[in-house]
Each structure stands twice: as structure tokens, then as C-alpha cells.
Design a protein around this ligand. Structure first.
Ligand code: ZN
Length: 295
């Protein structure tokens, strides 16, 4: 099942995708929560939520509360995601394009809640950076959390999979020598549009990520290229940190980012970045000018 969150008629509501139709699950059932609470209820096998999901996928669409794509604003599929963990240098091709060895252990960092953004959300080219870059990534939404999760059980702890665009200010990344600002600017973590639940993705290492900028393919790589696969990342991270339902782990980017192009090319207002993972979805974001300063 593919689940997400949209703003419709002034409220945030959980939606399910039914072959392109958007079913309003909160309108279908008062038992369906939004975001982290949905993940927790889903994993707990909550009867109301499972029932609504079943009806949304099997009932005659004419009897379902549907939302018009044109009338909704996409929020991140987990708008109140707990922590968004990210992983640096996790694709061999991305290590090679910068002349680095693959790390011996996963290199974790985090994206800030103020950076969370949705499908079709604007990404502001903040004046603080002259080197705005994209990173297309597969992201995992944690389902059943836990600490010290064994690698063999780790995929069963994933609620599902989505698409992340890890926007990065390369000049800040270089100057700060750590990545809080560079990857944490407001709006720099769009993800979605939907989460494909884990039953739809039996093998997260058998996917393909394609990123385009204004229609030109800039990244195209199999997820099998990851040094540390999803199960390993969940296992490693949970050795240090208790994972909670609705946390997100974005798993790193392959080669093809703008900073290592020859010559480097950075994003400017008007560019449209699309990150597509077949079977999961396509995330679209436009780069825009900063809003005028408030008086
Ligand atoms: Zn990244």
C-alpha cells in the first residue's frame, strides 16, 4: 500500500494511493491518524486502521472519499517525522567521484525538522549559499522501533520506503566541516510523495534511483551499489540510538551530484529536480527565489 499525507480542505489527512486515485483515509474512518501516530497504529495492527486500508483498496472507488490531485498540497508523508537520519558516502560511485574510499562504518548525520518538506514543495535558493546541490536518495521509514535491532530482523522494523532529496549547500558543507547548516537549511529535506509499505518492497537493494534536473538525467544508479544496505544501516544505527516509529533513515546518494560535475553545476531558481524510484514514487521540487525580506 502507498500512504501519504496531504493538506486538503484546511486539514492534514492521511491518503492512500489507489492506482492514481487519492483516497482520503481520515474521511473514510475516524480511526485513521496522521503521520507518526499512523505508523505506530499500523505496526500495532490497529483494527480501525487496517480496516480502513482494506476498504480503500477493495471497495468500489465510486463509494470512496476521493481527493482531487489539483486541490491538495502535499506534506511530507510523515509530517511529524521524529529524526531524519542520513548517511554520507554510502554509494561507491559517489565515493569515487570525489576520490575517496568507502568508509569502514556508516557515516551518520541528521537533517533538522525545519528542513522537512513535501512533494511539490518549493526549495528556496537561500542567499547564504551559492552552491545549491541535489542528492537523490532512497529513504526508509522506521516502523517498529527498538534498540540493538539484529540485522536479520531489521527489514521487519521498517514501515516502508519513500524518496528523499537531500538538498545540500556545498559551500557551507566545505566551510563548516560538518553538515548541520549545509544540509539543514529550511526546506532542504523534501520527501515523499508517498511511503510504499514494506510488503510492496521485498528487496530494497533491488531498486533504481533516477534524478533529473529540468528533464536531464544526472543520477541513475541501482540501490545494490550501497556499501551498507538498509538492514545493516538499521542495525548499526540502533546500536547507538533507540529508533522510534516514524523516524526516517535516508540512505545516501549515488554519483552524479552537481559539485563533482566538470565543470561543477549548481541549482538556480527555476530548476526542477525530480527523484524517481520505480515502485515507490517520484518526488518533484522546484528551486525558487527567496521570499522578499519582511519589513
Ligand atoms: Zn545525502
Amino acid at each position: 500500500m502507498r500512504l501519504g499525507t496531504v493538506l486538503a480542505n484546511g486539514r492534514a489527512t492521511t491518503v492512500a494511493d489507489r492506482a492514481g486515485l487519492l483516497v482520503d483515509l481520515c474521511a473514510l474512518s475516524p480511526h485513521v491518524p496522521v503521520g507518526r501516530a499512523l505508523v505506530a497504529a499500523w505496526e500495532a495492527g490497529d483494527a480501525g486502521v487496517r480496516d480502513a486500508a482494506r476498504v480503500a483498496t477493495t471497495a468500489d472507488p465510486a463509494t470512496l472519499p476521493l481527493l482531487d490531485h489539483a486541490a491538495v498540497t502535499w506534506l511530507p508523508p510523515i509530517p511529524d517525522a521524529g529524526t531524519v537520519f542520513a548517511v554520507g558516502l554510502n554509494y561507491l560511485s559517489h565515493c569515487r567521484e570525489q576520490g575517496r574510499e568507502a568508509p569502514a562504518e556508516p557515516l551518520f548525520f541528521t537533517k533538522l525538522p525545519s528542513s522537512y518538506n513535501g512533494h511539490m514543495g518549493d526549495v528556496v535558493a537561500w542567499p547564504l549559499t551559492q552552491e545549491l546541490d541535489y542528492e537523490g536518495e532512497l529513504a526508509v521509514v522506521v516502523g517498529r522501533g527498538g534498540r540493538a535491532i539484529p540485522e536479520a530482523d531489521a527489514l521487519a522494523h521498517c514501515f516502508g520506503y519513500t524518496v528523499m532529496a537531500d538538498f545540500t549547500a556545498r559551500d557551507l558543507q566545505r566551510r563548516d566541516r560538518q553538515w548541520t547548516r549545509a544540509k539543514g537549511l529550511d526546506g532542504f529535506a523534501p520527501f515523499g510523495p508517498l511511503v510504499a509499505t514494506r510488503d510492496e518492497v521485498p528487496d530494497p537493494s533491488a531498486l533504481r534511483i533516477v534524478t533529473t534536473v529540468d528533464g536531464v538525467v544526472v543520477q541513475d544508479a541501482p540501490t545494490s551499489e550501497m556499501t551498507f544496505g538498509v538492514a545493516r544501516l538499521v542495525a548499526c544505527l540502533s546500536q547507538a540510538i533507540t529508533l522510534r516509529p516514524g523516524d526516517v533513515i535516508t540512505t545516501g546518494t549515488p554519483a552524479g551530484v552537481g559539485v563533482f560535475a566538470k565543470p561543477p553545476r549548481f541549482l538556480v531558481p527555476g530548476n526542477e529536480v525530480r527523484v524517481r524510484i520505480d515502485g515507490i514514487g517520484e518526488l518533484v521540487n522546484r528551486v525558487v527565489l527567496p521570499p522578499p525580506p519582511r519589513p
